[in-house]
Design a protein around this ligand. Structure first.
Ligand SMILES: [Zn+2]
Length: 423
């Protein structure tokens, strides 16, 4: 995707120009074949947009539009809320292009930000009008600047929730070179009472919408993940962030890391690859959601040579088992793929794999990626098509509630009433 777009500079220019020059109709009536409102499919419905908001949604025949209103006919298409990406890294690009270590150590901030502007456009173009971006991975507070550039209409991109630098326990993260060489880390190291309070406040002061903490990680190469922060430290991170009105999310894949993060009061656990039924039940009991990022594991397995159809590598076998436990527990799911590990714009891969490899019905996944993510991420102004909510809409071919792969055929993208893409 990235290579394709880079090979077509004219297309990029055209998209950028369109994003900034398309006129915003004061009122627009969209008439698709069907509307998915975030919950159910309604054939024959239409949506009326006024300015940046949705004015009305309902059966086309009953929808009273003002005289002379501009109408956009969308025959054969399904209109639905803009998708919400639950886990991205706009400042990373696929690891099979450049290993993570090299991105953090060898790529300049300017290069990484320039790439990220392309990633933002690709994300929006794929129908994801909001993204929760979970860590700049060594690029400091560049995600805050990206969010500002998008909000100020300097570049097209999704509405962003950003985590900024993320928090790691000293010595637990990377890159790691020789013990004699101190190298910049992919996240901010912080420990103990004073260190943690200061780091959380720093990140919030610089623009973090939420705090991300690594509750476990590989302490050294070629070893399994183990817990990093103590229970007291995690509790303090959550207390400090929550008192400033910011939620905390945790990277965790071990049962103990997940358990500590859950008890500390994080809102979501990212990955959860080693999760057990017991810990998923604890999460459900405490109202903690799981963002399983199945696409990241799939991508990394492919980078290591695995191909679909071959026997599953241990990593994917383990993920199948833990997802069975997660689904059995009834824990709420945030849909997010860890995009950046794989190509931006390929965000639908997570939704497809949840259906194809993990057996979730398309309707369940579609609800989760729209109204579900909005609810779990406290975005009450989007994720559902209803009067008064943001006019963040996309249109895809045919019926995504039956065939999730139709999400690859995004024909229209509107964000805040502005059309970024139309048939
Ligand atoms: Zn991630």
């Amino acid at each position: 995707m990235l290579r394709l777009l880079l090979a077509c500079p004219l297309l990029l220019t055209a998209l950028a120009a369109r994003a900034q020059t398309l006129p915003v109709p004061a009122t627009l009536l969209l008439r698709p074949a069907a509307v998915f409102d975030g919950q159910n499919l309604h054939p024959g419905w239409a949506v009326l947009v006024e300015g940046s908001k949705i004015k009305a949604v309902g059966p086309a025949a009953q929808l009273t539009a003002p005289a002379g209103v501009q109408t956009l006919e969308l025959p054969g298409l399904t209109l639905l809320p803009g998708l919400i990406e639950g886990h991205s890294h706009l400042l990373l690009h696929p690891y099979n292009e450049t290993p993570w270590n090299d991105q953090v150590l060898l790529e300049s901030a300017a290069l990484r930000v320039a790439r990220a502007t392309v990633h933002a456009r690709q994300t929006l173009d794929a129908g994801f009008t909001t993204a929760r971006d979970l860590g700049s991975e060594g690029a400091g507070y560049a995600d805050v600047g990206l969010r500002q550039a998008i909000d100020q209409n300097l570049i097209p991109g999704p509405r962003l929730l950003v985590a900024t630098r993320a928090l790691v326990a000293t010595g637990s993260y990377g890159p790691k070179l020789s013990a004699d060489v101190a190298v910049p880390q992919g996240a901010q190291e912080a420990d103990g009472v004073d260190g943690i309070i200061r780091a959380v406040r720093e990140q919030i002061g610089q623009g973090a919408d939420l705090i991300k903490v690594y509750a476990d990680y590989r302490w050294g190469p070629n070893e399994p993940s183990r817990p990093t922060f103590t229970q007291d430290e995690l509790n303090l991170i959550v207390r400090t962030a929550n008192s400033a009105g910011r939620p905390v999310v945790a990277h965790a894949s071990t049962p103990e890391g997940m358990r500590r993060a859950t008890l500390a009061g994080v809102e979501t656990i990212e990955h959860g690859d080693g999760g057990t039924l017991e810990v998923f039940r604890l999460m459900k009991q405490r109202g903690v959601a799981l963002c399983p990022t199945v696409a990241a594991g799939d991508a990394i397995s492919r980078y290591r040579g695995w191909k679909p159809g071959q026997p599953l590598p241990e990593r994917l076998q383990q993920k199948r088992l833990s997802m069975q436990a997660a689904l059995k527990s009834g824990v709420a799911l945030v849909v997010g793929g860890d995009v950046g590990v794989f190509s931006h714009g390929d965000n639908a891969r997570e939704l497809e794999l949840l259906v194809q490899d993990y057996g979730l019905p398309p309707l369940t996944v579609l609800r989760a990626a729209t109204s579900g993510n909005a609810r779990l991420l406290h975005l009450a102004d989007r994720g559902t098509l209803a009067p008064g909510l943001l006019a963040d809409l996309i249109a895809v071919t045919q019926d995504p509630t039956q065939d999730i792969t139709t999400l690859r055929q995004v024909k229209l993208v509107m964000k805040g009433g502005v059309l970024y893409k139309q048939p």
